[in-house]
Design a protein around this ligand. Structure first.
Ligand SMILES: Cc1cc2nc3c(=O)[nH]c(=O)nc-3n(C[C@H](O)[C@H](O)[C@H](O)COP(=O)(O)OP(=O)(O)OC[C@H]3O[C@@H](n4cnc5c(N)ncnc54)[C@H](O)[C@@H]3O)c2cc1C
Length: 493
């Protein structure tokens, strides 16, 4: 048995949920240990991301630039052969004003690379990351969780005591049960997925070549995700009643289901299935949707698949994991510095997290009505998000993960905007000095000056009209708002 160690927070699991939460808490200077049972890189499903993750949470944790350099396929939206309309229809994230310009895309990622980048970043931000350490149980004393026990790859057992244990251990682990929660499975979404990888599949015409393509057919639906110019992730989802279609030999099952769906068989007409390496296996996964009855208890909080999961057609898994991690990280940071009491901080976390889960869940129920066309889906999105924008904009905000209106998910923070623009500003000053310019035109053209003028104008509007020009407001009556840096909670003034 190793010595009894201590930390502020122990995180179980190094997927996107765990590494995001660990980073957010370490950024506030707390001692965080993350225990991950596997050695990274490791394969995982969940390859199509949303802009809220890429430009919201990942920018807040400081890993967005590294993701931008990794060469992942840019996903500008989605293309669907779905519903009453026999022709495929496409949406672009850029339709929503919350995802304009440089934030109007997400990525299609190889999860082994994406998860490694996030975990390495957590390390870089001061998290004590220990791979090949499997958490066996939580330590509970006097009605509160107070740490974990683990075993490392050499069979050494150890314990770590902490003020908080975060369960981010995904959907297979049973650690969530120690929160006292039960897992409630949806009666509506009970499906099975069979999937593999192909080289040489076709691409949608530009500008949609990086889109996820989802095609519904008699037995279920396919996803078609372009991971690189030549590699494609292909999976079929069938309802539980049709489970026999994916039993038996997986190769035969997938081949015959592809033949049932002309849109996908056409895309794969010149493609070869990958049969080696991490992508060589055909895999089957239950994708039953569930939510736990509780997301936290004193000393313990659940994020990502450990807390909830909803049908994958709109690629919400990593979004819910990283958004849940942001919310839980804020609550932990607030309680550790005693700026908000535990009950209030975690109620805010759970209410916001359940709202986001609920919006996807409710919308997806209407999306499985295949007898209506896309306009009806857009209208449903407006209804479930209670939005005042157009039907299409409401739909795009929802499936982009930004319907909560959280500014941290959409707005580049002021400090960062100035940082990005300061080099441009310095160049403009140099130009004035070097050219002995009489006019200040280069300075006025620089976006930092333009921006300062815009902010000034906004401030005037706010003073004159009392208008909220982009300020954070509570999502619920009497609730909290995010702090200026997005890393903890504040009380609204
Ligand atoms: C068929 C299907 C398709 C999907 N497609 C998409 C998609 O396109 N886009 C999308 O966003 N999502 C998708 N998802 C969902 C996505 O896979 C998950 O929601 C996402 O991976 C959750 O992240 P996480 O961090 O919660 O958990 P995970 O990514 O599962 O990470 C959990 C980590 O915890 C570790 N761990 C487990 N137990 C222990 C332990 N006892 N001790 C220490 N470590 C432990 C695991 O090794 C793992 O690394 C899909 C899911 C399914 C089923």
């Amino acid at each position: 048995m190793k010595a009894n160690e201590e930390a502020d927070v122990v995180v179980v699991g190094g997927g996107p949920g765990g590494s995001t939460l660990a980073t957010i808490v370490a950024m506030r200077g707390h001692r965080v240990v993350l225990l991950e049972k596997e050695k990274f890189p490791r394969w995982q499903i969940g390859e199509s991301l949303l802009p809220s993750t890429v430009h919201g949470v990942c920018r807040l944790t400081g890993v967005a630039d590294e993701l931008a350099k990794a060469g992942f396929t840019k996903k500008r939206g989605g293309t669907f052969r779905w519903g009453a309309n026999p022709a495929p229809w496409t949406f672009a994230f850029s339709v929503s004003p919350k995802m304009t310009g440089e934030t109007s895309h997400a990525y299609q990622v190889e999860r082994s690379k994406f998860d490694q980048i996030l975990l390495d970043h957590a390390r870089h931000m001061g998290v004590d990351v220990r791979e090949q350490h499997e958490v066996d149980d939580v330590i509970e004393e006097e009605g509160r969780v107070r740490g974990v026990s683990y075993t490392d790859t050499d069979g050494n057992a150890g314990t770590i005591r902490a003020k908080y244990v975060v369960d981010a251990s995904g959907n297979k682990s049973r650690i969530y049960q120690r929160s006292g929660a039960t897992r409630q499975y949806s009666e509506f979404f009970r499906s099975l997925a069979l999937f593999g990888y192909y080289e040489g599949g076709k691409r949608l015409p530009e500008p949609n070549s990086g889109n996820i393509f989802c095609a519904a057919f008699e037995s279920g639906w396919f996803w078609y995700i372009p991971l690189s110019p030549t590699l494609t992730s292909v999976g079929v989802v069938v309802r539980r009643e049709l489970a026999s279609k994916i039993q038996g030999d997986p190769e035969e099952a997938l081949t015959s289901l592809i033949a049932e769906c002309p849109a996908i068989s056409d895309c794969l007409s010149d493609a070869q299935r990958v049969t080696e390496g991490q992508y060589g296996e055909l895999r089957v996964r239950k994708d039953y949707s569930y939510a736990n009855t509780k997301f936290w208890r004193p000393g313990m909080v659940l994020v990502g698949d450990a807390a909830c999961f909803v049908d994958p057609v709109f690629s919400s898994g990593v979004h819910l994991a990283t958004y849940g991690a942001l919310l839980a990280g804020r609550s932990i940071n607030s309680v550790l510095t005693q700026s908000v009491d535990e009950d209030t901080a975690f109620r805010e976390f759970e209410e916001r997290y359940r709202r986001e889960y609920g919006v996807f869940y409710e919308f997806l129920v209407s999306f499985y009505d295949l007898h209506v066309d896309e306009d009806s889906y857009f209208w449903s999105a407006k209804k479930v998000t209670d939005s005042t924008t157009t039907d299409l904009e409401s739909f795009v905000s929802l499936v982009g993960g930004v319907s909560s209106g959280e500014t941290a998910l959409t707005t580049v923070p002021l400090a960062e905007r100035y940082k990005n623009r300061s080099s441009e500003f310095a160049a403009a000053v140099d130009q004035v000095v070097e050219n002995k310019e009489q006019s200040m035109v280069p300075l006025m053209k620089s976006s930092i000056v333009k921006h300062a003028m815009q902010e000034g104008a906004k401030e005037q509007v706010r003073v004159l009209l009392g208008e909220d020009a982009g300020l954070e407001t509570p999502l619920f009556d009497g609730g909290l708002i995010a702090s200026a840096d997005g890393l903890s909670w504040s009380r609204p003034t």
